[in-house]
Ligand binder design. Structure first.
Ligand code: CDP
Ligand code: CDP
Length: 222
């Protein structure tokens, strides 16, 4: 069974995806981490974030891999042998990832890798284009949304625990700018699949969102 969870930045995708994964005994793939890893690759190789051919060349020679996620922690991500779990979430990478993820050849390569990861597994995959492009035949598609103010508050609280001190109003502006870029790019923009179930999480707890998705998954599996 495939469960696709899409939505804008900080809607709660990865937090609920990890818990749903654990409750159902599936595997989890955080596709945002893969676009972030490609952005780290560009930085490490001193490439411009819009250098499609340059980034593709290093991406094809690199291996992005994951270790199982623990609830409450980011899923461990490796770029070749290097642990990049923290490096992919710095403000510089966060503010440039949308430029890298708009490059068609980078998307093509990462979508290929994502389908390979999903092949033959019960999986929960989260991102922006999972229900529309990566896994269009997924048995359950969820589109998570929340107000921009609430999403900024969530990211602010999370950043504090990581020692990142970006002001709340700046975070909201950055989130809105990233949403705009992700929704307006030419290739696989962030859109709700026609057959996705939309859940507004603005005033829901994590546990409530997880419960809704697990209930839907159990119904679809029958
Ligand atoms: O956690 P957050 O919502 O801040 O972002 P993320 O899921 O880690 O994704 C980071 C960025 O990768 C997004 O802003 C998109 O530009 C890109 N992305 C994408 O284009 N397609 C996906 N399937 C997943 C992420
Ligand atoms: O993956 P995505 O960017 O969509 O969001 P996330 O990283 O899973 O969630 C962003 C933050 O919001 C995390 O710190 C979650 O604990 C929090 N969150 C929440 O407070 N309430 C929810 N219903 C969902 C997430």
């Amino acid at each position: 069974m495939q469960i696709a969870i899409d939505g804008p930045a900080s809607a709660g995708k990865s937090t609920v995806a990890k818990r749903v994964t654990q409750k159902l005994g599936f595997i989890y793939c955080d596709t945002g981490a893969m676009y972030r890893a490609a952005t780290v690759l560009a930085k490490e190789h001193h490439l411009a974030y819009g250098d499609e051919a340059g980034i593709l060349a290093v991406l094809e020679k690199s291996k992005i891999s994951f270790k199982p996620a623990h609830p409450g922690e980011d899923q461990p991500v490796f770029l070749n042998q290097e642990d990049v779990t923290l490096a992919i979430r710095t403000p510089e990478i966060t503010n440039n990832v949308s430029q890298v993820s708009a490059l068609p050849k980078i998307r093509e390569e990462l979508v290929r890798q994502q389908r390979e990861i999903a092949s033959g597994h019960d999986i929960v995959m989260d991102g922006r284009d999972i229900g529309t492009t990566v896994l269009p035949a997924a048995e359950l598609k969820i589109f998570l949304v929340a107000s921009a103010a609430e999403r900024a508050r969530r990211r602010y609280a999370e950043n504090i625990t990581k020692g990142i001190m970006t002001p709340l109003d700046q975070l909201q502006t950055e989130i809105e700018q990233r949403d705009y870029k992700d929704s307006h790019r030419q290739v696989s923009p962030l859109t709700k699949a026609d057959d996705a179930v939309e859940i507004d999480t603005t005033s829901l707890t994590i546990a409530e969102v997880v419960e809704k998705i697990v209930t839907l998954a159990k119904k679809r599996k029958k």
